[in-house]
Each structure stands twice: as C-alpha cells, then as structure tokens.
Design a protein. Structure first.
Length: 524
C-alpha cells in the first residue's frame, strides 16, 4: 500500500470514527448512576463518582457533571457538589437525580446523615441552581430521613417525576422497598405521607417516565441486577410487570438507569464495568438508544460499544431540497394520493420548499411542482403519507449526521414517516410507523433548485408505451411527465420518468396521461 492510499484510508477511518462515540462515554474518571435532561439542545448528564481505589466497597465522595450537544463529544464540568457541601452529611455521595423545572434546576442527593440513624442512616436532600453548572445551593435540611414515616431501611436512589397536571412526586427506594411522596410546588418540601409503590421484583433504582398515555416504572431487580419495568395507565398504579429491559451487566452487580428524550432519540443511560480497570466498585456510564414497540412496550436495550451516532440538533435552514431516503438513495416525490420514492430526475415534483415555523423543530414542506404540502392525514400505523392543499406542520428531528432526519407523523407518539417494507424499489410509498432506528425512516435533505418543469426532461415529441404489466410496471419510450389514473378517473400516481411503477395498483383498466395525451391501458 503506497503512502497516498494509506493516508486516504486513515482519513476515512478517522472520519467514520468521528461519527460515533464510545461506550463508556468517558473512560476516566469512573462514573456511575446517571441521570440526565435536555436543556437548550444540550444533554446534561449528572453522575456519581466511584473512586479509583475502591476494591471492597463503594467509595463515593462527590458527584460529576457532563454535557453533550452531539452524543459523541462529552464536556466535563468537574464536580459541582460533594459531601463536603452538604451541611447534614457525614459521607457517601450515592445515586442522585437532577431535573429542570419552571426555570430552575433541582438536584436530589442521598448521603449518610450526621445524626439521624434508625436504620442505615441515609437521607435525601435537595440543591437548587439557576443553571446546570451551578452554583448549587444545598438546603440545610433533608427531605427524607430514617425518621420519615413509612421511609425505607436504605433511603437512596431518588427520582423526580412531575405529572401532566404539574404535581411533583419524589420516588426512592432500595433493598426491595419503593416509596414515593408528593412535593410542594417549590420542589423543595414534601407534603402528605410517603406511599408504598408495589412493583414485581423491585430491588432499587426507581425511575418514572410517561409516553403515549402510559406510565413506565423502571427499576433494578434482583442482585446482581437486571433493569425491569412495569406499566400503568395511572401514576398510582396498579403496575403491570413487563419484564427485563436491560439485562445483567458483566462485571457489575448493580444496574442503574435513567430514560430521557433528546431530539430524535429516546436514550437509555446506565453504567457498566467496561472502562479500563473497571469492576463492581468502579463503574462507568454508557448510553444507548431506547425503542418502543407498537403495543407501547419497551424493546430490550441493545448495549453497544459505540453508543448512538453523532447528531446535529441545529435547525434545518429554510430552502429548497430533494428529500432522499437514506436506505435506498431514492427521493420523495408527490404522486398525488401518495408520497413515493423514485430515482432522482429534473422533475419539480421531487423538489420541496422547507420553511421553519417559529423557533422549534416544526416545519412546512411544500412541493415545488404541485404547491401541496407533505402531510400525514392519519397517524394510524401503516396509514399513507400524502400531500394536502392545507399548510400543515411537521416536526423534523435529526437522527444522525450520517443518516439524516426523521419526519414525524406524531412526535408525542414517536410515529415517523417510513418507506414501506424497508424496500429499495422505485414507487414504494411512505407510511406511518413507530420509530425503529432503521434507515428507511431517515431522510437526507439535499439542496436543490427548481427546473421550471413539472417533469423530467419533458419533451414535446410523442410518447409511446412500450410495455405494461402489474408486476413490471409501464415502460415509456423516453422520460416525460406522466399521471396514472383509474377509471372513473381518480389520480393514483404522478411522476416524471420513463417508467411508471404499478406493483401497488389494482388490476383493470387505467388511464396514462402524458404531454402527448391520454391512453387507456389494461393492467393484469
């Protein structure tokens, strides 16, 4: 291999590596028990810190903070808080939880109380800040201690959940006992009594989130632990066990999770023993993608050594684009009643004007040839995407720099545009499906200019039909604008090429219209 070829290969490998992170997200220091939230297009990750010399037990004296905007590069903010910052603590910086709510930031911290000890002596306090990096003000007294009625023997692993009605709940628990207590609107005081949470196989590490009308209670189960989960239609339960979402971690007896949405991803954060020198008491945080199934259940986490691909959450610029399906290389075209993928041509029916709406990730996508807007008339699974005369809005989120963007039919339900059957065939339509991470759901926005033509290399010469069958489609003698209609005339497809796909068309008589006129054709 010559030097030029070797340099090119090294450059290619470096470029590919830059599109992927690595799990664990940082090899040093040791990090554990992650929690995270999104704020200003940045993922803020709060972790515990296992000391390097821990060999026979957990040695944790402070907490750490990291941030990322692209899921590949992680910035360390050092240690915003340690046990020395907690006035009531005499040691042990165990798993906490930090959240953003109503313009403030709250960090719930478990540690051993200086004087209150009925069981294990752990208490849970709270710190407040105006920014994730602090400065953090620790309140002088804890929220939960061994003296709290109906507390548990080991008061650790706090997790905040604010319900849709604005009611905040603090969950915590270990050694097989889970509790929750309502917080006042300040999120720094409790109100009412601690309530028992019953979930099959609970051991510790509670976490609560809500998705598409379902509440999810995830937690460590057994020891060594898996992460199991239960589901309910109400936050009060009853909780129905759904099994394991994260299997046992090799080399780590503990298993501690958090779940967060970040742009076009649902992320599952956890720890492993995979960093150099790692082990039971020297753990490190990893991140992988979380996916839901069509029935609302969570798919089991596929742990990777690479983590998610690099993302770019900056908004798409207003402009004119071809929208290319990543898996097939074909582009989206307005075909009347459907959106289909076809080979790129000069047709303006393959060109889309993108306009951002407001400051979020909502956009209007208008076809340059038809003036109609890309839309999802229904969010039922397998319903078809089409175009509408009404200017609706779609949420568009970056899935990765490499794979492109997700077009959401309903972002709250994680429903996206999907090329049917992961097919690479021309003429396959876009439907609604739940986000799965496959490349038939990701689209590249490639800048384009309009040709002034509705079709591709249109010509005034007569167009002849060379052949026609349901299986092979309709072959024309040269590229042109065309429309395929039923009898009585109902538009099925519109395009610009020398081939009309018909595999999704019913048998019978149809009408093919080109610039040369209309002709009946029998498809069978």
């Amino acid at each position: 291999m010559n030097r030029t070829t070797l340099s090119a290969l090294i450059g290619l490998l470096a470029s590919a590596a830059s599109l992927r992170a690595a799990n664990p997200i940082v090899p040093s220091p040791y990090t554990t028990d992650p929690c995270a939230f999104e704020y200003h297009d940045t993922l803020w990750i709060f972790t515990g810190h296992d000391e390097n010399n821990a060999t026979t037990g957990f040695v944790q004296n402070n907490w750490l903070l990291f941030s990322t905007t692209d899921l590949v590069n992680f910035k360390s903010w050092g240690s915003p808080l340690g046990v020395g910052n907690i006035p009531w603590s005499r040691g042990a910086a165990f798993a906490g939880d930090a959240r953003h709510h109503n313009g403030k930031f709250y960090w719930y911290l478990p540690s051993i109380h200086k004087s209150i000890k009925v069981h294990e002596g752990f208490a849970i306090g709270v710190a407040v800040a105006d920014h994730p990096t602090g400065p953090w003000k620790v309140l002088p007294d804890p929220l939960i201690t061994d003296n709290t009625p109906n507390s548990v023997d080991l008061n650790i692993d706090p997790a905040l959940f604010v319900d849709d009605d604005g009611t905040p709940w603090l969950y915590w628990g270990s050694w097989g006992a889970a509790r929750r207590i309502k917080l006042k609107p300040s999120l720094t005081e409790t109100t009412g009594n601690a309530e028992t949470v019953n979930a099959a196989g609970f051991f510790e590490a509670p976490w609560v989130h809500k998705f598409n009308g379902n509440y999810y209670f995830t937690y460590a189960s057994g020891y060594p632990s898996t992460i199991n989960y239960s589901m309910s239609k109400t936050l009060a339960g009853p909780w129905t066990s759904k099994g394991v979402v994260n299997t046992k971690i090799p080399g780590s007896e503990t298993n501690h999770e958090s779940i967060v949405r970040f742009g076009g991803h649902w992320l599952f954060l956890y720890h492993t023993a995979d960093a150099p020198g790692g082990g039971v008491y020297r753990r490190s945080v990893s991140i992988d993608d979380l996916y839901y199934d069509t029935d609302g259940s969570m798919k089991q986490i596929v742990r990777t050594t690479t983590g998610p691909k690099k993302v770019d959450n900056s908004p798409l610029k207003n402009g004119t684009y071809r929208i290319k399906a990543k898996h097939s290389g074909l582009v989206l075209q307005d075909a009347g009643t459907r959106i289909v993928q076809l080979a790129a041509s000069a047709s303006d029916s393959q060109v889309w004007n993108l306009e951002r709406s407001g400051t979020g990730r909502s956009y209007r996508i208008r076809n340059a040839a038809t003036g109609r807007h890309l839309s999802f008339p229904s969010t039922e699974l397998q319903s078809k995407a089409s175009t509408s005369a009404t200017a609706g809005e779609l949420v568009i989120q970056n899935f990765s720099v490499e794979d492109g963007y997700l077009l959401y039919a309903d972002s709250s339900k994680d429903l996206v545009g999907d090329i049917l059957d992961i097919s690479k065939d021309a003429g396959k339509e876009m439907i609604v499906w739940i986000r799965s991470g496959t490349q038939n759901q990701t689209f590249l926005f490639e800048p384009a200019t309009t040709s002034g033509l509705a079709g591709s290399r249109s010509t005034a010469s007569e167009v002849r039909i060379l052949s026609a069958s349901l299986k092979s489609g309709i072959q024309l003698d040269h590229p042109t604008d065309w429309e395929l209609r039923t009898l009585p005339e109902k538009l099925l497809l519109r395009g610009a090429s020398d081939h009309i796909p018909t595999e999704n068309t019913a048998r019978g008589m149809h009408i093919v219209t080109t610039k040369s006129g209309s002709a009946p054709i029998l498809l069978r």
